[in-house]
Design a protein around this ligand. Structure first.
Ligand code: UD1
Ligand code: CA
Length: 455
């Protein structure tokens, strides 16, 4: 069947009361992205002709958050049931082909599973995704006839004692030919315990008209887990993180403990990368060959060159680090920072919107902000660029081969010329010429016999 006649409907109108949150349920992040985006991404892999999302409670927030040109938003003003929800999406679809129904709060559904349903429905059948579970509570049960054929789905609240014992359950995900689906939906009633238009009632309708019902299974037992509460969200987060950790291991990355890494974005690693426990990666992070990341580091939108070591407890955001560099422990690298090869940034050093040239070092307790630092510069402990005059930020330029002693203040805008040396404790507020030693002398005075005040 040609893929352009596939259309996807994602149900996302439920309130999500049990999340106890102002944020609409499908916007809660999983692996760093709203859960609805996971479903949309997997659905897009099937190249559907139309992609409709049914929204209700907080729907404007969802549509505004996820402004995507390929999604048609269908509003379901009152949540009258899953069948009613799909009906709201029909006007957004082409009147042909196969319709695949997904849930915005079942985010781990795989494209391959979707495809198996779509292929079955393309043969003019109703295709259901069902699963055998140990504890069927809360699910609709698949009722089969004497010959083992699917007869209908009964919701738990409408089920008899015997039906409740059935362990084959409805995942909720299904696919059907558009024209048949439309006809079945138009015949739905709401004569049930919840007074809702159940999508699941289309099964009995299909059987009544002799339409075959095909059943498919998910490719993994946890793929169809839904999110109704923060507990379930946390469980899915761990499952997803374990998948990501396994993929990194499979690609040759050394992880001290696959249960203690969080990838909330895209992490790309070269060969022989080693990551210690409790690191968080956000946005796009690229680690070159042989990079080591120590325990408890956070990297967001960062590129790191070959053989560089990020030591424990370092935080790097929107920055690039060259090859053979040493960062941390306890380094804070802020947005707009570019560190060249062989740079050393040590403990309790903060660098912001600055470039450090090859081989430059700031090993202890420094603040380097809005600065251009050349090659082979040594910045002493306690040195600070005073980049802010209370109203505006100013730049500090430090040319190649400069040595700055400990506890120096560089009052920007200021330039330190090539090869200059600045003595400890200086306050530099005028440009420093190249070469030579620059000091701001403060006299050392001793008062012999001076008495400390007593209590
Ligand atoms: C539904 C199925 C049940 C299945 C279970 C799997 C029906 C009648 N029942 O039950 O057989 O085992 O899912 O989790 O379909 N939604 C709307 N509008 C509505 C109602 C629901 O958009 O008016 C959306 C929800 O946001 C959610 C999905 O549909 O994403 C499922 O709704 P939910 O109320 O959770 O259905 P269940 O009662 O769990
Ligand atoms: Ca549910």
């Amino acid at each position: 069947m040609a893929t352009q006649s596939l259309q996807v409907v994602i149900l996302a109108a439920g309130q999500g009361k049990r999340m106890h949150s102002r944020l609409p349920k499908v916007l809660h992040p999983l692996g760093g992205r709203p859960m609805l985006l996971h479903v949309l991404d997997s659905a897009r892999r099937l190249s559907p002709g139309r992609l409709a999302v049914v929204i209700g409670h907080g729907g404007e927030t969802v549509a505004a958050h996820l402004d995507m040109p390929d999604v048609a938003w269908a509003l379901q003003e009152r949540q009258l049931g899953t069948g009613h929800a799909v009906m709201q999406a029909l006007p957004k679809l082409e009147e042909s082909g196969v319709v695949l129904v997904l849930y915005g709060d079942v985010p781990r559904i795989a494209s391959g599973t979707m495809r198996s349903l779509v292929d079955a429905a393309a043969e003019n059948q109703l295709a259901l995704l069902t699963q055998e579970v140990d504890d069927p509570r809360g699910y609709g049960r698949i009722v089969r006839d004497g010959a083992g054929r699917v007869a209908r789905i009964v919701e738990e609240r409408d089920a008899t004692e015997a039906e409740r014992a059935i362990r084959e359950v409805n995942t909720g995900i299904l696919a059907a030919p558009y024209s048949r689906l439309k006809a079945w939906l138009s015949g739905l009633g709401n004569d049930n315990v919840q007074g809702e238009y159940y999508l699941t009632d289309i099964v009995a309708a299909a059987v009544a008209e002799g339409c075959p019902v095909a059943v498919r299974r998910p490719s993994s037992p946890t793929e169809c887990l839904g999110v109704n509460s923060k507990r379930e969200l946390a469980r899915l987060e761990r499952l997803l993180q374990m998948d990501r950790a396994q993929a990194l291991l499979d690609a040759g990355v050394t992880l001290a403990d696959p249960a203690r890494i969080d990838v909330r974005g895209e992490l790309t690693c070269g060969r022989d990368v080693a990551i210690d426990v409790n690191c968080i990666f956000e946005g796009r992070v690229v680690l070159g060959d042989g990079v080591k990341v120590g325990a408890h580091c956070i990297l967001r939108d960062v590129t790191v060159g070959e053989a560089t070591e990020i030591k424990p407890f370092s935080l790097l955001e929107e920055a690039s680090v060259g090859a053979n560099a040493r960062i941390g422990p306890y380094a804070r690298i802020r947005p707009g920072t570019e560190l060249a090869d062989e740079v050393h940034v040590g403990n309790f050093v903060e660098v912001k919107a600055s470039t450090l040239g090859r081989g430059s070092k700031a090993n202890h307790l420094a603040y380097v902000g809005d600065s251009t630092v050349g090659r082979d510069v040594n910045i002493g402990a306690g040195t600070i660029t005073c980049n802010y005059d209370g109203a505006r930020k100013h730049r500090t330029v430090i040319e190649d081969d400069v040595h700055i002693g400990s506890d120096v203040q560089l009052v920007a805008p200021v330039t330190v010329g090539k090869g200059a040396t600045i003595g400890a404790g200086a306050t530099i507020f005028k440009d420093v010429p190249p070469g030579g030693l620059t000091l701001t002398e403060a006299k050392q005075v001793t008062r012999p016999g001076w008495q400390r005040p007593k209590k």
